[in-house]
Design a protein around this ligand. Structure first.
Ligand code: UDP
Length: 392
């Protein structure tokens, strides 16, 4: 049996971005006692490897290579493949992040009575039709320890009966990543390289543009909603640059939706390119959970194209405007509102740029105190947690 260590299980593009500092710090501080397990939900170069390269991370120690033609197959592959690895590795604790098929691996850890930690816990959209809402709720209620980004998320978990002492408020690691890589200048293009990219790839020369990302299943798998999203983009007088997920591209073909003349669609791009595009844009149309947070931190206004969101804070702080793809409104007025927001100031609530370090410090302290193996295999282990964010 191997030595008991900590394993972190991730599987999609935003996971590696958001957890990049956590991975780096856990690797450097725990050495061989830490392993990154990649589920394989995302596996292509431009949805996975490019982010490891750009963020200076070596490849995952373990690749599960899960597969399946639908969610049921993917989830069963996730549970059975992870279970084999957990039996082999016998970790002191398993860490999950977020709300995708990958976090259903928490069922494998629960079956083996291995302590479970959930980063990005207790977010809720209160739209039970979303697969993410079911997955994050399952992961939270199986977890022994939850890192919630803000006090509001913790309150949501407590309202569902999760003991307050099992939820630590950590801040949101995306703020740390943006500060450490992009705002510091470490991960930046030169203005000349960026202008060449705009000219050669997007046919943009000295003109202002909007950026769009759109991948959420509830939007792209519904003909009307997807058409309404492209009507919104087409209503702008500006060029709209659109790095499109593969599912979105497939559904556009299936529904026979034609692209508006002002829209330039490309395959998904790397993080550096996306951040440069984001910052140079007049505003962003997006249904991405991470992009609305990043834009709020970077001071770029967004139209969030979602019926329900687990991140209403971006509306509340004045960084984002709602567009419901299932109940379209006056597009022109909405686009004008977006443009007016550019340059206005808001205070984002996502944290101080130290969340990754808090999470790592806490995981390591518990690991060194062998607080995991003393774990009671009951629904809620008596961990002691406190809110760092409310300490200020
Ligand atoms: N992103 C990227 N290239 C792209 C589109 C998005 O690097 O072509 C980044 C984006 O900056 C954010 C993350 O990927 O950090 C968001 O991923 P996605 O929207 O797929 O997931 P969600 O956040 O909605 O779960």
């Amino acid at each position: 049996m191997n030595q008991s260590g900590i394993v972190l299980v991730l599987g999609i593009r935003p996971d590696v971005i958001r957890a990049s500092i956590i991975i780096r710090e856990l690797r450097s501080r725990l050495g061989k006692s830490f392993k990154l397990i990649w589920s394989g939900q995302h596996y292509s170069d431009n949805l996975k490897d490019v982010f490891f390269r750009e963020l200076g991370l070596s490849a995952p120690e373990i690749e599960l290579g899960i597969s399946g033609a639908n969610d049921a197959e993917l989830v069963s592959s996730m549970i059975s493949e992870l279970s084999k690895v957990l039996v082999e590795e016998n970790p002191a604790a398993v860490v999950f992040l977020g709300d995708t098929n990958t976090v259903t691996g928490s069922i494998a850890a629960a079956q083996l009575n291995i302590p479970i930690i959930h980063i990005e816990g207790c977010m809720r959209s209160y739209d039970w039709r979303m697969p993410e809402e079911k997955y994050r709720t399952i992961a939270d209620h199986l977890s022994d320890l939850i890192y919630a980004y803000i006090d509001e998320y913790k309150a949501q978990g407590v309202a569902e009966g999760i003991p307050t002492e099992n939820i630590m408020v950590s801040g949101n690691p995306i703020v740390d990543v943006l500060q450490e890589y992009f705002l510091s200048g470490k991960l930046r293009m030169t203005p000349q390289n960026f202008n060449e990219l705009l000219r050669d790839k997007y046919r943009v020369i000295d003109e202002e543009f909007l950026l769009m990302t759109c991948h959420r299943r509830e939007n792209v798998e519904n003909n009307d909603a997807l058409q309404n999203i492209f009507n919104l983009a087409g209503g702008s007088t500006r060029k709209v640059l659109f790095p499109a997920g593969y599912r979105t591209q497939k559904m556009l073909k299936e529904f026979n939706i034609s692209l508006p003349d002002n829209l330039v669609m490309v395959d998904p791009v790397g993080y550096l390119e996306l951040l440069e595009l984001m910052c140079a844009s007049k505003g962003i149309l997006t249904d991405s959970g991470t992009v609305v947070e990043e834009a709020a931190v970077l001071g770029i206004p967004t139209i969030q194209m979602r019926t329900a969101t687990e991140r209403p804070q971006v509306y509340e702080c004045g960084a984002s405007i709602k567009f419901d793809p299932f109940a379209p409104c006056e597009n022109k007025a909405l686009l004008e509102k977006l443009e007016k927001l550019r340059g206005s100031m808001w205070h984002h609530p996502f944290g101080d740029g130290k969340a990754s370090y808090r999470i790592v410090e806490d995981i390591i302290t518990r690991f060194e105190n062998s607080n995991y193996r003393g774990h009671q295999p009951s629904k809620y282990a008596p961990f002691s947690t406190k809110s760092f964010m409310s300490e200020k």
